[in-house]
Design a protein around this ligand. Structure first.
Ligand SMILES: [Zn+2]
Length: 371
């Protein structure tokens, strides 16, 4: 990914902690014991009492069902214990392929079903209860505070689409980085929830598990590393376009199509870069966007050149130099990579400059248009 989020403690994170504490207690249940909420935190007991007033009880009823299911099964209690610990180590799961999470498919089916429904409901319904929103400030508040604290205007996963801000009524969706349909215990872990643009979230990431080779987790033995979105180190990726030598490049640059391009994405950890690229189909999207916007970008550059040429000549009597002009334009855009798809534009124009005689094309068009 291209930028990282900056974590800031938020009230809403406490709910996850209360629920995990409850599961730790459930995993210690004795086979002859009865479900008793007395060992749960007073805060969770309070939430349970309020929750009972709803038509569907999303806390006590499913927790009791889970308790009764697991209390006499030592092996299941052991797996759940591992899941509570490992599935919540989001950073380690991204950085260290030896940490082994527990997947729903490893649990007995009836238990997996009730657990999945419980955790899905926590995220989709429980967090939206009016009293929960009031006390824990709600998802929109968390979203705004995360975006502001991280100083993000653009989706850090693609670097090209805007994110909704605190000035919008709504917000972009949270992505469950480790999908909530695959991994128990992570649906309301806010180290696993990241705002993402619509295109990244709903068209590309979907239910993919970036930490597995096949992205679906069907083969658990093949782990791979992934960017951790709260990473402290810069998640910088170098983007380099080249002409695809297997295809003849069009004489008119504006007729460039995706197959004319090859793209290289590289970074400090190429395994992470690769899982990011595969998950979000970055290379394909960047090539498509390059071709979509090239004509507009060239026209804008030409217009900018014309205005600069006029101004320099009129004011100082200086003839503009195409090489200097291009270098200046690229270095300005380089400093604003997350503005107006500059991320792609700069890499593309460097290629056009170095491989496709951009200067000559622009000179010819300039003479045609403005002479
Ligand atoms: Zn995006």
């Amino acid at each position: 990914m291209l930028k990282s989020f900056k974590h800031k403690v938020h009230k809403i994170e406490e709910i996850h902690e209360h629920i995990m504490e409850a599961f730790e207690i459930i995993c210690q249940a004795r086979s002859n014991s009865k479900f008793n909420t007395n060992k749960f935190s007073s805060e969770l007991r309070y939430l349970m009492e309020l929750e009972k007033q709803n038509d569907t009880d999303l806390l006590m009823t499913p927790l009791k069902t889970i308790y009764d299911y697991v209390k006499s099964d030592k092996a299941v209690k052991q797996i759940l214990k591992e899941g509570i610990i490992n599935n919540n180590k989001i950073e380690q799961l991204c950085n260290d392929s030896s940490v082994d999470p527990v997947l729903y498919k490893e649990l007995p089916e009836p238990l997996a079903k009730v657990l999945k429904s419980f955790f899905n409901n926590l995220y989709e319904n429980f967090l939206n209860r009016a009293h929960v929103k009031e006390k824990y400030l709600g998802l929109k508040n968390h979203y705004d505070s995360l975006i502001i604290n991280s100083d993000l205007q653009v989706c850090p996963f693609c670097g090209i689409n805007d994110l909704q801000s605190q000035y919008d009524d709504g917000r972009d969706a949270y992505d469950h980085y480790l999908p909530k349909g695959t991994f128990p215990f992570s649906s309301i872990n806010f180290n696993n929830l990241f705002p993402m643009c619509y295109e990244c979230n709903s068209k590309h990431k979907l239910e993919k598990s970036m930490i597995y080779d096949d992205l679906r987790g069907s083969d658990k033995t093949k782990r791979r590393k992934a960017f951790y979105p709260f990473t402290n180190s810069t998640a910088y990726v170098d983007i380099k376009f080249e002409t695809n030598r297997a295809e003849s490049f069009p004489a008119d640059l504006k007729k460039m199509v995706p197959k004319n391009l090859t793209i290289t994405l590289s970074g400090a950890d190429n395994e992470k870069v690769e899982s990011w690229d595969r998950t979000f189909r970055i290379s394909k999207r960047y090539k498509a966007k390059s071709c979509q916007f090239l004509k507009v970008w060239l026209e804008t550059l030409l217009e900018e050149y014309r205005r600069s040429a006029q101004m320099l000549k009129g004011k100082y009597g200086i003839e503009i130099n195409w090489d200097d002009f291009l270098d200046t334009q690229l270095s300005i855009s380089q400093n604003e990579l997350f503005k107006d798809k500059n991320l792609i534009r700069v890499a593309l124009f460097k290629m056009l400059r170095d491989e496709c005689d951009l200067k000559n094309h622009l000179q010819t068009w300039s003479n045609t248009h403005y002479s």
